[in-house]
Structure formats: structure tokens, C-alpha cells
Ligand binder design. Sequence first.
Ligand code: NAP
Ligand code: MG
Length: 402
Amino acid sequence: MSKIVMKTPLVEMDGDEMTRIIWQMIKEILLEPYIELNTEYYDLGLTHRNETDDQVTVDSANATKKYGVAVKCATITPNAARMPEYNLKQMWKSPNGTIRAMLDGTVFRSPILVKGVTPYIPTWTKPITIARHAYGDVYKNTEMVVKGGSKAELCVTNADGTEERSLIHSFDGDGIIQGMHNLDSSISSFARACFNYALDLKQDIWFATKDTISKKYDHTFKDIFQEIFDNEYKEKFDEAGIEYFYTLIDDAVARVVRSEGGYIWACKNYDGDVMSDMIATAFGSLAMMTSVLVSPDGVYEYEAAHGTVQRHYYKHLKGEETSTNSVATLFAWSGALRKRGELDNTLELCDFADKLEKATIQTIEDGVMTGDLYLISKLENKKKVNTREFLEEVNLRLKDMI
Ligand code: NAP
Ligand code: MG
């Protein structure tokens, strides 16, 4: 059998700890036997980020802009404990944050559904994808504690030096205030990323804010979405037979719970933070979520939604057996390979990605799974396997399909 040839390189961002081990295993067991892997490799492992003063992260994001598709392994975001562990020059920023800022992206997360693992909400028979705006609002706020007897105002100094003021509150007693912002350009990028992704998946997209209460702030989100939709996307949506639907955030929450899934839910930054954890938990597990960063100009970065699984890595270092779930990392690879195949018109690559995902789901539905799923699966004849055995079991099924 001849291996699949890739026309354009895929940007490969290696990472840390247990996911770095899994990364190697996936390549060795499931990819290299079938594909002439053509990747531009960037080592985002913490040691190498430290050696390059984090330049490697910037380089990898630039390469992603150049080639259009990347696959990223989970990486450590250093905290105080990591400083001595890796002998760091400084507490480097989150690579995900750096890459997200450079690609100006929106993060889309969807659960991977398998028989035996039932959502806590039984009507959810199709995945719900969360699209989270990743700029501004409360994540870039300014807060103050104020004393009784003070008066708080919003003050904007215009470019010509004139001032506009608006009273927030006259405080009789002690209290608190908070200022936050967003940018029309960022909201527009978010809207376009959402509409493009909906067309890609051929799924409806819902968006919700609290515009009845926040008549300027949230209303601006609503207006920008509507204007971009009407001017740029309405016809394409009609052709694809999908819908854009706006509602209030409280109405959206009620509708989501009553729904059967199968749509994308676009959320403002804070709503997306909270709701993506709710959706992931309700569907079963973070290790069974896909995650992709999509930029408004159509650049894609595929990753796992979970971290580097540190606790399992320390067991692995001690020579103990691990049973770490590789599904999210596997789907990051299949997602990136499929997208590369679509952009290059390499249909064998898309077909391979489909089969790899099918083989993975088949393995779990046959009852062969890692420890995390073994705990929650309702299948009767289930068997717990270790990290490597799981990938070998996937390969047995993949071989049959190919
Ligand atoms: P984590 O790696 O997500 O793991 C937390 C716990 O969740 C694990 O100990 C494990 O539970 C379970 N878990 C997560 N992924 C799993 C998998 N694939 N298979 C089986 N169980 C899984 O979070 P963390 O340990 O708090 O963070 C470790 C490092 O990851 C940190 O340095 C953080 O900065 C980084 N991080 C990176 C990303 C990213 O790059 N995308 C995202 C988040 C965190 P049990 O121990 O109970 O088995
Ligand atoms: Mg959160």
C-alpha cells in the first residue's frame, strides 16, 4: 500500500507532559504507517519555549498564518511551581493566548458522542458546539472599591480633548465599580468566524446576549452580528439551508436545555467560559471534546480542550502504567488533516481523517476504552486498556477500514 502524500505542510506544534507522549504515539502508531507526513515542526514544549525566549510560539503562529492549518498539542502555562521545575527565565505567557491574539480567532468546542456515554440531558442526541468570543469584556476590566459618599462616573476623553461623562452611581455607603470594553473590529471578526464555521458544518447558529438590559454594550454585539449577517451571509445561509437565530441569553439557556443539539451556540466571552464547561460536563468529559481556533480570514488551529494531564505524566515518569484518553488529541490531528486535505483537494487525506475518527469511536463502542471513560460508560462488556493499547486497538480497526 502506498502512503498518502501531502501537498502542503501542516504546522505541527508539539507540547508538554503526558500529551507530548501521546503525540508521539499517535504519529508512530496511527499516522506514519499511512501518510507521508509533511509537517513544519515547532517544539512548543516548555523547555524549548524557554530556550527561545518564547520566540518559537510566535514563529509557529506565523507559520499557521502562512500555511492555513495547524495542529497543537496541549502545553504548560507556567505558574510559580513550574519556575524551578523547568528552570525558567521567566513565567512565559500561555501559548494559547499568544496564538489566539495573533490569529484573532474564535474558539469552537464540540463534544464527541459515543454510545455508552450518555449526556446528563438525555434529549441531547447531537453535539452542541460552543463558539466563544475570546477578547475583552470582564477579562480586560478595570475595577475599583469605592467608599460611601463618593460619586462614580464614566468619563471618555475624545480625540479632540473634549470629555463625555455619565453617572454610574452616587454612593451613600461603600461599594464597588467595574469598567470594561470591547472593539467593533473584534466583534466583527467574531461574527464572521461564527458564520463561516456554521457554513462549514452546515449547522444553524444561535447567538444570545442581554441586549434588553445592556442597551448599548450588548446591543452593539447584536447589531454587528445582524448587519454582517444581512450583508454578507444571508444568501449563503439560504443556499446551505441553515439559519442564524438571535435571542436573549436567558431564553437561549432554556432552549438549549430543551433542544436535541446539532447547532452552534455563539457566546460572549464570559458566557462562553461558563457555558463551555457546562456543555463539556453535561456531555461527559473534557477528553471527549474537539477544539479548533478559527480566524476570520480562514486559518485553522486544531487542539485538545484539556491540559497536559500532569498527574498521569508523573506516573508515566515513575514507570507506572497510564490509561490516558487520547481521543481529543487524535481528533485534533484528524481535524487538521481533513482541513489540509480540503484546502489542497487531497481527497485521500479527508477520507483517512474520516476513517481515523470512525475507528476511534468504533473502538470505544466495542467496549475498549481508557480509565476515564471506563468509569462513566454504561456498556456491559467494557474493558479498560492503557494509553498505548488503546491506540493499537484503534489501529486494528483502522487497518480493516483501509
Ligand atoms: P488537565 O491536564 O486538563 O488534567 C486535569 C485532570 O483531568 C487530570 O488529572 C485527569 O483527571 C483529567 N484529564 C484531563 N485530560 C484527560 C485525558 N486526556 N485523559 C484522562 N484524564 C484526563 O489539567 P491540569 O492537570 O490542571 O493542567 C496540567 C497543565 O495543562 C497545566 O500546566 C496547564 O497550564 C495546562 N493546560 C493546557 C491547556 C492547553 O494547552 N490547551 C489547557 C488547560 C491546561 P485524573 O487525574 O482524575 O485522572
Ligand atoms: Mg472556564
